[in-house]
Design a protein around this ligand. Structure first.
Ligand SMILES: NC(=O)c1ccc[n+]([C@@H]2O[C@H](COP(=O)([O-])OP(=O)(O)OC[C@H]3O[C@@H](n4cnc5c(N)ncnc54)[C@H](OP(=O)(O)O)[C@@H]3O)[C@@H](O)[C@H]2O)c1
Length: 332
């Protein structure tokens, strides 16, 4: 270990993000000082929220400075510890960003156990996306058995967990995903009752066919045309956990909701949420998700690219649906 390869933010994109908005550099591996640990990152998580951090305008958290390492969740192995709470070879989840190594005083690290599933899952189904699904569905969606739950970006990191958790609660679950392959995966592998391929070009018609009793919970990951199609199927007192709006993240002119009247007439509850708002729920959610994965009840799928230098291309792919399941970068 001599160098630390990093990916920096080189430009603030205007509209679609490009590979030239990033710069790959090599720095010396940092040395931990008293109280710190040196971590070699094994996997990096690529997530849609990172697009917002590339903008100049602040959203719910600070953006990435130009020339700084891109933000991101990581899981890695402690190489050297000068902090009594950690020892060499501990596995830690952290936020070291798009780089191979990092030092931390321990406050930003969470030790995790080696269990009977791949460590990369701590960045997906048993990590932030899984917890997001758990919180949004259980605390905002609050589905009841036999209700219809619809989730967009259904084969992805968050959506796949939402649908499976809703199935476990006895709901009828319908996914919305891009392409026949992703749709058949949600039904055959994840057990969804139906799925609408929004790329087939007749989403309103197909959604009507798959939701004969209307929609009680719509877990929103996408926005835009998909949200518009869902609105007309909502039942009275429907709940919408507003988790993400990925169809707008690269847009300079985001789409709005054209007509709010259905929300009033149907007394719809729509609530935006950020998973880090309720950190007190994480331990319970993480424990349940880990147990469900370990006993084979909760299924997952990952797309793993090799090497930090391939992170920009894989990140851009998130906005084109090139990932199938959780997008991970293998670093070591
Ligand atoms: N609120 C929070 O705390 C929180 C936390 C985590 C994630 N999120 C949000 O949750 C959503 C899903 O995140 P994820 O990590 O699970 O990503 P993901 O679903 O694993 O990957 C993104 C997927 O979004 C779909 N997509 C991309 N552009 C689209 C478009 N224009 N129209 C329709 N679908 C599009 C693609 O699937 P298809 O091939 O099916 O189109 C793509 O594979 C995102 O909006 C993200 O920002 C929110």
């Amino acid at each position: 270990m001599t160098t630390n390869k990093q990916v920096l933010l080189a430009n603030r994109p205007n509209g679609w993000v490009k590979e030239s908005d990033f710069r790959v550099v090599e720095q010396p591996v940092p040395s931990p000082r008293d109280g710190e640990v040196l971590v070699r990152n094994l996997f990096l998580s690529l997530d849609p929220y990172m697009r917002g951090r590339m903008n100049a305008s602040k959203s719910y958290v600070a953006n990435v400075e130009l020339g700084a390492v891109m933000v991101g969740g990581t899981i890695g192995e402690v190489m050297e510890s000068r902090n009594s709470a950690f020892k060499t070879a501990d596995i830690v989840v952290g936020s070291f960003g798009w780089q191979q190594y990092g030092v931390d005083d321990g406050n930003g690290l969470r030790k995790v156990a080696r269990r009977n599933f791949p460590l990369s899952l701590y960045l997906g189904t048993v990590g932030m996306p899984g917890v997001t699904a758990w919180i949004g569905l259980n605390k905002i969606g609050q589905p009841k058995a036999k209700e219809t739950v619809v989730v967009s970006a259904a084969s992805g990191a968050v959506g796949s967990v939402v649908g499976q958790l809703a199935k476990m609660q006895g709901c009828r679950v319908v996914g919305i995903a891009g392409g026949a392959l992703k749709c058949s995966y949600t039904m055959q592998d994840l057990g969804f009752d139906g799925c609408v391929d929004y790329k087939a070009g007749h989403i309103a018609h197909d959604l009507g066919r798959e939701t004969p009793d209307g929609i009680d919970v719509y877990f929103e990951n996408v926005g835009g045309d998909i949200l518009e199609a869902v609105i007309s199927r909502l039942n009275p007192f429907a709940r919408i956990p507003l988790c993400g709006l990925i169809s707008d993240y690269n847009s300079t002119t985001p789409k709005g909701i054209p007509d709010l009247r259905p929300f009033l007439f149907k007394r719809v509850k729509l609530q935006g949420f950020i998973c880090s708002d309720t950190m007190e729920l994480w331990p319970e959610a993480l424990k349940q998700l880990a147990d469900l994965v370990e006993n084979g009840t909760l299924k997952y799928r990952e797309t793993i690219v090799d090497g930090i230098e391939n992170a920009p291309k894989a990140f851009i792919g998130l906005f084109k649906g090139e990932n199938f399941g959780k997008q991970i970068v293998k670093l070591a």
